[in-house]
Design a protein around this ligand. Structure first.
Ligand code: NAD
Length: 445
């Protein structure tokens, strides 16, 4: 099948590469010419495990990158929209979606065969039918359902394991205005044999994506609230509490042979310094705002964000409890990416943490195995040093703050054990064994 994908971001590029991998011909379109150039050179503009070799193999054959959206629409049967949908302050910002819908509509004017457009970006319920459809119809002078199909195909990939998630999805949600649209989308995913397919309308597809993200965010903030209470009460460790909660059969079911298996959802029930990234915070905010706009207060989701936004400050308080004033104290932040295995620092709790440390006069350094480059672009120039290696990061500092669960940080107990003056380690993810470090403070402890 010939597919065009608009937006060469984490979702658009990974989708394009994976769909090309399973045999489709994909044209990835973006208005950022530097991204197009990098892809044409066989390079990946983002850090994502397994993506670079795939691009090397596929670019120039089944995968091409282009800035010409009109040509891409004319040459393909299906267009996926994968541009960003940031939170605009009081509601979702659909300006990129509107622009692309208008561009696709103008391209459709020059096409006389049936074409399907599907929104892959995360958009609030109603967007595909009430925003995208009228723009497409007006710009093209054509009718949805007759001249073109309109669908919604949310993406569930997680950065860091995006290729694996896309190639082995747990479900594929196909929304559409009619069966014909959903059938075309069904052909796109035909190579993903055995994966459960949810066929539904566009609004339900949009809501499935939000509900999926909101439940994870809710579990994280719930665990953080419990952790915060444990920390306040004293004598009770939030991580031990959650480990006890995990033993319930809901989280660790017993299989027929008597063995027990930990459900991945448990990972979200653990104290930490909060969630970040390009999706959870903006999606929770957008859904809550969308509810309010329609007269439906979203009290739980408002509280989820409130708890989340206060977590970085708790780390600073922990540091102050142990070190006193932070002025002149050397603190190294370990992990800048919002999660391991990615270079994405969007809404990472590490960023407000670094800024708060600078504000308090601390001497700040930071280490991240992949996200140093992206973090440099958002951190105040000249105020943070980057040691570049974990061995160097731990040396000569008063405290280390672990923010991202990079596997490399499991080496910390060994590295610190060899030091004459070990620094305080503040574990913002409760990742390390508190008994293995001479000076340990953890969130929820
Ligand atoms: P991104 O910001 O990484 O990429 C968006 C791309 O769209 C950019 O390259 C930008 O240049 C391009 N773009 C913007 N306007 C354009 C236009 N008019 N014409 C052509 N290109 C244009 O975004 P992302 O992280 O890939 O997210 C895209 C969507 O997918 C969002 O709605 C997001 O919520 C959703 N999503 C993201 C993830 C994730 O892990 N990143 C997972 C699931 C869903």
């Amino acid at each position: 099948m010939k597919v065009s994908i608009v937006g060469i971001g984490y979702v658009g590029l990974v989708s394009g590469a994976c769909l090309a991998e399973v045999g489709h011909t994909c044209i990835c379109v973006d208005n950022d010419l530097s991204k197009i150039k990098r892809i044409r050179d066989g390079e990946s503009p983002i850090h994502e495990d397994g993506l670079a070799p795939m691009l090397k193999r596929l670019v120039g054959s089944r995968l091409t990158a282009s800035a010409d959206l009109r040509a891409a629409v004319l040459e393909t049967e299906l267009t996926l929209i994968a541009v960003g949908t940031p939170f605009g302050g009081d509601r979702i910002d659909l300006s990129y979606i509107r622009q692309v819908a208008s561009d696709i509509g103008h391209a459709l004017k020059h096409k006389d065969t049936y074409h399907v457009i599907a929104v892959k970006s995360t958009v609030v319920p109603g967007t595909t039918d009430d925003v995208v459809r009228p723009i497409l119809e007006e710009a093209s002078g054509k009718r949805a359902g007759t001249d073109f199909g309109l669908g919604m195909n949310p993406e569930f990939l997680t950065e860091g394991v995006a290729i694996q998630d896309f190639m082995r999805p747990d479900r594929i949600v196909l929304g559409g205005i009619d069966d014909r649209t959903i059938d075309v989308l069904g052909s796109l995913y035909a190579p993903f044999v055995g994966v459960p397919i949810v066929r539904t309308n566009n609004k339900t597809a949009e809501m499935i994506k939000y509900a999926s993200n909101a439940v994870l965010a809710t579990l994280i903030s719930f665990s953080n609230e419990i952790g915060n209470l444990c920390q306040t009460l004293g004598g009770v460790d939030g991580a031990e509490v959650m480990a006890g909660v995990h033993e319930a059969h809901y989280f660790t079911p017993t299989l027929a042979d008597g063995s027990r298996v930990r459900a991945p959802i448990s990972a979200f029930l653990w104290p930490g310094c909060g969630f970040g990234g390009s999706c959870l915070p903006k999606d929770v905010r957008a859904l809550a705002a969308h509810g309010r706009l329609h007269g439906q207060p979203m009290d739980v989701l408002d509280a989820v964000m409130k708890v989340n936004e206060s977590q970085p400050a708790r780390i600073i308080r922990l540091l102050e409890e142990h070190l006193g004033s932070l002025a002149g104290r050397h603190v190294c932040v370990l992990g800048l990416a919002f999660k391991p295995d990615t270079d994405d620092v969007r809404e990472s709790p590490a960023i407000p943490m670094v800024n708060a440390l600078i504000e308090r006069g601390a001497v700040v350094s930071a280490y991240d195995p992949a996200a140093e480059g992206t973090a440099r672009a958002v951190l105040p120039l000249g105020k943070v040093t980057f040691p570049g290696r974990l061995e160097d990061a731990v040396n000569g500092v008063d405290a280390l703050v672990l923010v991202t669960r990079w596997e490399e940080f499991r080496r910390l107990p060994t590295l610190i054990a060899a030091m004459a003056n070990p620094p305080l380690l503040v574990d913002g993810r409760r990742m390390l064994d508190k008994h293995e470090l001479p000076r340990y403070a953890g969130i929820g402890l």
